[in-house]
Write a protein that binds this ligand. Structure first.
Ligand code: PFF
Length: 451
C-alpha cells in the first residue's frame, strides 16, 4: 500500500499541531458545545467533559497518532498493520464514521457560510431576539437555501482538499487560528461584562450532583470524542503525515488543551450573554446564531466584528471538515488507487446527496423521525455517542493490547531537541489505554443505554 511521500508531510511540528488543533476546533466547540452544555444541565456536562478529555481522550489521541505514524497509510492500512488483517474492517468503520459525520457537519458549515454572507452585507446583527430566531428558523427550514449553502460549503472543503495536506490545510490553520482565539477572548470579555452575566457563569461552572444524568454523562463522553476528532480515523490519517522528530505525547496534550480551551471560551462568550439577554440556555442548535448577533448589535463596529467572526467560524468549520474528508480521500487513494482529484470529486458527489437528506430534515422532512429524532439529530447521536466511541475502543484494544511494544517505540520516537518520553509516561499511557479508556467508554455507553 502506498506510503505518503515527503510532500505529504506537515512542514513542522507547529504546523502539525495547528492542523490537528484545526481539526479539533470547529463547530463542535463553538456551535455544539454551548447548546449541548445548555441541554445537559451546564456544569453536569462540562465537568465530565473536562475529566474525559484529560484521561481517556488524551491517551486515545496519542494512540491514534502513533497508529497513524507507524501505519503510514490510510486508517484501514494502519489498523491492518497494527492489528492484523482482521482489524482492517475497524479502519473501514472509521472511514464510514468520518463520512457520515461530514455529511451533517457540512449542513451546519453551510449555515456559517450563510451567516458570513449576511455579515458581509451588513445584515448579521440585530438586538431583537424574535427577529433573530425567525431569521435562523427561515434559513434552516428552507430546503432550497439549506441545500444551496451545503453545496457551497462542500465545494470550499473539496477545493481545499485538492490543494493537498501541506498547501491547503496547514496554511489555513496556521494563519487563522491565532486570530480566532484573540477574537473569542475579546468577545468573552465583553459578554462577561454584561449586566446579569454572572448567572451564565454559575450555570456553566456551579456543579451539583442532582443535575447529573446518565444521558449527560454519555453526551459528555460523546462530545469529548467529537471535540478531539477521535474515533473517525482523522488523527490516524493526520498521524501518517507527521515526521519522526515530533514527540507525540506532547503534541497530543497540546491538541487536547487547545480543543478544551476553545470550547470553554465559546461557553464563556455564549452563556453569560444568554442569561444577560434573558434567552433560554437550552434553545438548541440555533443558540450561537441567535446570541452572537445580539452581541454584535451592541458593539461599536459590531458589523466589522461580525464579518471577522463569521469568517473565522467558517474557516474553523472548514479545517475540521477537510480533516474529515481526508480520511475518505486517503482511503480511496491508498486502497482503491484513485487519484487525489478523482477521490475528492467522488466524495463531493456522495456527500452532497447524503448531506441534502440531513439538510432537508430541518424543513420539508422534519416529520420524518427515526427513534423520535430528526434525521440530522439521529445521525449526530449515533455517530458521536456510539460509532466514534466504538472505534475508539477498537483503537485502544489494538494499540494498548495487540501492538503495545511497537506503539511504545512510536510514542517515544522523537528528535533529542524535542525532549524525551520517560518510562513513567509510557506506563501511564499504557494503563490509560488498556484499562481507563475502555472502562470509561463502556461505563458511559452503558449508563446512556440504560437511561
Ligand atoms: N472536532 C471537530 C469539531 O469539534 O468541530 C469535529 C470533528 C472533526 C469530529 C473530525 C470528528 C472528526 F473526526
Amino acid at each position: 500500500m502506498s506510503v505518503p511521500t515527503s510532500s505529504a508531510q506537515w512542514s513542522s511540528r507547529l504546523g502539525f499541531i495547528l492542523a490537528a488543533a484545526g481539526s479539533a476546533i470547529g463547530l463542535g466547540a463553538i456551535w455544539k458545545f454551548p447548546y449541548w452544555a445548555g441541554a445537559n444541565g451546564g456544569a453536569a456536562f462540562i465537568l465530565p467533559y473536562i475529566l474525559f478529555t484529560f484521561t481517556a481522550g488524551v491517551v486515545l489521541v496519542m494512540a491514534e497518532l502513533a497508529l497513524g505514524r507507524s501505519g503510514r497509510g490510510s486508517a484501514v492500512e494502519a489498523m491492518r498493520r497494527a492489528g492484523g488483517r482482521g482489524f482492517a474492517w475497524c479502519g473501514g468503520m472509521a472511514v464510514l464514521t468520518s463520512f457520515l459525520i461530514l455529511s451533517y457537519y457540512a449542513v451546519v458549515g453551510g449555515w456559517c457560510a450563510a451567516y458570513l454572507a449576511e455579515a458581509l452585507m451588513g445584515e448579521a446583527a440585530s438586538s431583537d431576539p424574535e427577529v433573530l430566531k425567525m431569521r435562523f428558523g427561515e434559513l434552516v427550514s428552507s430546503g432550497g437555501r439549506n441545500i444551496a449553502w451545503l453545496f457551497a460549503f462542500l465545494a470550499a472543503v473539496c477545493l481545499t482538499a485538492v490543494f493537498g495536506v501541506h498547501r491547503g490545510i496547514e496554511r489555513l490553520s496556521t494563519c487563522l487560528m491565532p486570530i480566532f482565539f484573540l477574537l473569542m477572548i475579546g468577545l468573552a470579555a465583553y459578554s462577561l461584562l454584561l449586566p446579569g452575566s454572572e448567572a451564565g457563569l454559575a450555570y456553566l461552572f456551579q456543579f451539583s450532583w442532582s443535575t447529573v444524568t446518565p444521558q449527560a454523562i454519555l453526551n459528555a463522553m460523546g462530545f469529548t470524542f467529537f471535540s478531539l476528532s477521535l474515533g473517525a480515523g482523522v488523527l490516524v490519517t493526520y498521524g501518517a503525515y507527521v515526521n519522526k522528530s515530533t514527540r507525540l505525547p506532547a503534541a497530543a496534550m497540546w491538541v487536547a488543551i487547545l480543543a478544551l480551551q476553545a470550547a470553554i471560551l465559546a461557553g464563556l462568550v455564549i452563556m453569560p450573554a444568554v442569561f444577560a439577554y434573558g434567552l433560554e440556555p437550552d434553545a438548541g442548535p440555533g443558540l450561537v446564531f441567535i446570541t452572537l448577533p445580539m452581541i454584535f448589535a451592541q458593539l461599536s463596529g459590531g458589523s466589522v466584528v461580525a464579518v471577522i467572526f463569521y469568517f473565522c467560524l467558517f474557516v474553523a468549520a472548514l479545517t475540521s471538515a477537510v480533516s474529515l474528508l481526508e480520511v475518505a480521500v486517503a482511503f480511496l487513494q491508498n486502497e482503491c488507487r484513485f487519484s487525489r482529484r478523482a477521490a475528492v470529486f467522488l466524495c463531493f458527489a456522495a456527500l452532497f446527496i447524503l448531506g441534502s437528506v440531513s439538510a432537508l430534515s430541518f424543513g420539508p422532512w422534519s416529520d420524518c423521525l427515526i427513534f423520535g429524532r430528526s434525521i440530522f439529530d439521529f445521525l449526530d447521536y449515533v455517530c458521536t455517542n456510539f460509532l466514534m466511541t466504538i472505534n475508539g475502543l477498537a483503537v485502544a484494544f489494538v494499540v494498548g493490547w495487540k501492538a503495545w511494544p511497537k506503539a511504545m517505540k512510536e510514542l517515544s520516537t522523537c528528535s533529542p531537541e524535542n525532549g524525551v518520553v520517560t518510562k513513567g509516561t509510557l506506563s501511564a499511557i499504557g494503563f490509560g489505554l488498556r484499562w481507563l479508556a475502555p472502562l470509561m467508554v463502556l461505563a458511559s455507553c452503558w449508563q446512556g443505554l440504560e437511561a
